[in-house]
Design a protein around this ligand. Structure first.
Ligand SMILES: Cc1cc2nc3c(=O)[nH]c(=O)nc-3n(C[C@H](O)[C@H](O)[C@H](O)COP(=O)(O)OP(=O)(O)OC[C@H]3O[C@@H](n4cnc5c(N)ncnc54)[C@H](O)[C@@H]3O)c2cc1C
Length: 607
């Protein structure tokens, strides 16, 4: 079973991405060039990633005291990825890019996430370099970003610290000006950093010539005190090895040391590290302190970092989706081949009859259809968001601004919904396999372990829920929410004309009204403590409503296509979502609307 027909349908029959070639930036592209990129990535993922997914899980990264050792397969896969040009796919021609729409780039990257998410394809590196292209100086772009796009260097994002995870305002890494002439360094104002960064993905390895860390740190005030809150946070480029203004290694090691590798539940092919900055293990010019170059303005570090985090959040949503999809395909294949049990019929079971394959049992079909509706729905959502990114960058001013605002509202859903529901899909994939699914002889347990990360990193579920209800639906006087409601209503208006979809259109209209009413009720007292006590049930209900909309919109495109098993499957998955999933929002929104304090008010001693 292949992902490609689903991707092609969503890209072309649903989103109509070929029309992007009418825009100046994409004028050299066509369906053929888009297909060629997908073909190449599908092939590299099949040859260099998929066969090694179990290997990178069992051969975890090892630290020999000097170097981190990764399997040769990881080196080969990442080399092939960089060689394909995908690291710079969306960049301008004059910096070596292909000016590919982000929608196509994200689709192409889906193959790698499905084949082996933890070998990694460069999401952090491109995110890091994209941030520098937006906020860096010309020298920072040339020396750091361009060498990330060409695969010489790789990138990280260093936000978290042992005492500062969700609460980044508490970061304690300090940055002090490096000497009297610190401001005149050609690579940017030069500082010395000291502190510890926890959980840093791809923080140490030998896959590339250099590693470019983007580090959040605070510059102390004139009394030597760190400014409380996020306002005091600045952003620095801290290369593992120092470079000159041409991007050549100077031969000096920067004062960044691996304190240890974290041993994870899943996603084991990527190193995860505790890094010590500036503790003096590798003194630079005789002094402890990691050399870092300021990016943008002091105190504006988190705003710059959000540029990377928004992209990373769509990337996380896509990774969660593709892990779910991998489990769906594996369990579908298993269900078609595993004989077990006999059909239930009015005459009872005939024990002498041959066993049927488990896909013939209604409950197994339920588990498969749930997975299909979660994963193909999530894929459509991620591609819709990717298309909004293209609109934001290349659309006419008003459309671009609408896309920006819609992305603000949809990003918490794009990150969180697949992280929860495609993880549930992985659990169902194990269930379809029965006992075999619980062993390491089948791939589905690894998909679940790999996917379990996604509700934790890039903002936990709880933090995303608070971001949605506490900020995104309120921002700019609720304009983002109104815009989204406008898009949902446009789909409803089209679907109501189609007899087969009219009832679903009505159900979606009611769901949207319920979400709107619950948003108002949550904030009725104006007390964030009341409103946000049930932010996660709100996130779940909002997410399910968005997914119902996406499915109805996809169903309109499916309806218009010729009869085929794929068309029947898409309409079936849409019906599953409306019949089995959407009704759940009632329970979630009830506690939101009532500002239910059952959880918030229970005294600690009563637990
Ligand atoms: C494998 C892996 C890779 C990672 N990669 C990176 C990376 O490359 N770079 C990087 O900087 N970080 C990375 N992280 C860190 C990740 O972003 C943090 O783990 C995450 O932000 C949560 O922080 P924490 O672990 O300290 O948990 P905590 O912040 O302690 O949260 C624990 C629990 O408390 C809840 N909670 C916390 N505060 C609140 C609140 N105010 N209201 C309600 N609930 C709250 C959370 O939702 C969570 O359920 C990675 C983590 C992992 C596990």
């Amino acid at each position: 079973m292949s992902l490609r027909p689903t991707l092609d349908f969503l890209l072309h029959q649903w989103l109509g991405v070929a029309s992007l070639q009418l825009r100046e930036r994409f004028a050299d592209h066509s369906r053929e060039t888009f297909d060629a990129v997908l073909d190449t990535c599908e092939r590299i993922a099949r040859e260099k990633y998929a066969p090694f997914n179990r290997l990178v899980d069992t051969q975890e990264p090892q630290f020999d005291g000097e170097k981190v050792i990764l399997p040769q397969a990881t080196h080969d896969a990442q080399k092939a990825y960089a060689g394909s040009g995908m690291l710079s796919a969306a960049q301008d021609y004059d910096v070596g890019g292909m000016q590919l729409p982000y929608t196509v780039e994200a689709s192409a990257n889906a193959f790698f996430a499905m084949a082996s998410v933890s070998i990694g394809s460069g999401m952090l590196t491109t995110g890091n370099a994209n941030l520098l292209m937006k906020h860096g100086t010309d020298a920072q772009k040339r020396v750091f970003a361009l060498n990330e796009f060409n695969g010489r260097f790789s990138g990280t994002m260093c936000l978290s610290e042992p005492q500062a995870g969700s609460s980044l305002s508490d970061v304690m890494t300090r940055a002090l000006p490096d000497g009297d002439h610190f401001e005149s360094d050609p690579l940017g104002p030069r500082y010395r950093l000291k502190g510890n960064k926890m959980w840093i993905s791809a923080g140490e390895h030998e896959l590339t010539e250099n590693i470019i860390h983007l580090v959040l740190a605070k510059i102390p005030d004139e009394h030597g005190k760190l400014v409380p809150g996020v306002k005091g946070i600045s952003l620095f480029i801290v290369p593992k090895k120092l470079v000159d203004t041409e991007g050549q290694l100077t031969g000096e090691r920067n004062d960044v040391a691996l304190a240890g590798l974290n041993h994870k539940c899943g996603w084991r092919g990527t190193t995860n590290t505790l890094l010590n900055f500036g503790e003096g293990k590798y003194p630079v010019r005789g002094e402890a302190g990691a050399v870092g170059y300021l990016v943008g303005q002091p105190g504006r570090g988190l705003q710059c970092m959000f540029h990377m985090m928004n992209e990373a959040r769509i990337g996380v949503g896509m990774a969660a989706t593709m892990l779910g999809m991998a489990g769906y395909h594996a369990s579908l294949d298993y269900a078609k081949n595993r004989p077990q049990g006999r059909p239930v019929s009015t005459g009872g079971k005939d024990a002498a009859a041959p066993q049927v394959r488990i896909i013939e049992h209604a409950d197994v079909k339920r588990m498969l259809l749930a997975q299909k509706s979660y994963c193909e729905g999530a894929l459509a959502l991620e591609l819709y968001c990717a298309r909004l990114v293209d609109e934001q960058h290349t659309g006419a001013p008003e459309a671009a601004d609408d896309a920006r605002l819609l992305l603000e509202v949809l990003t918490p859903i794009a990150k969180s919904w697949p992280s929860e529901w495609c993880l549930e899909a992985n659990s169902l994939a194990i269930q379809v396999h029965g006992g075999y699914g619980y062993t390491r002889d089948f791939p589905v347990e690894q998909y679940w372990r790999d996917n379990r990360l996604n509700m934790i990193h890039e903002g936990t579920h709880g933090i995303q829920g608070m971001d949605l209800l506490g900020r995104k639906v309120l921002m700019e006087n609720g304009k983002g929410l109104q815009l989204l409601a406008g898009r949902i209503n446009a789909t409803i208006e089209r679907a109501i004309q189609v007899p087969e979809l009219a009832a679903h259109a009505n159900a979606l209209g009611q769901a949207l009204a319920q979400v709107g009413a619950a948003t108002k009720a949550a904030w009725a007292t104006g007390d964030p403590g009341d409103a946000l006590a049930n932010a996660v049930p709100y996130l779940q209900a909002f997410g399910h409503t968005v997914l119902a909309w996406i499915w109805l919109d996809v169903a309109l495109a499916a309806q218009a296509s010729a009869e085929s098993p794929a068309r029947t499957g898409r309409l079936g998955a849409m019906r599953y979502f409306f019949h089995y999933e959407l009704p759940k929002i009632g329970a979630w929104l009830q506690v939101v609307s009532a500002r239910d304090q059952t959880c918030a008010s229970l005294p600690e001693a009563a637990f």
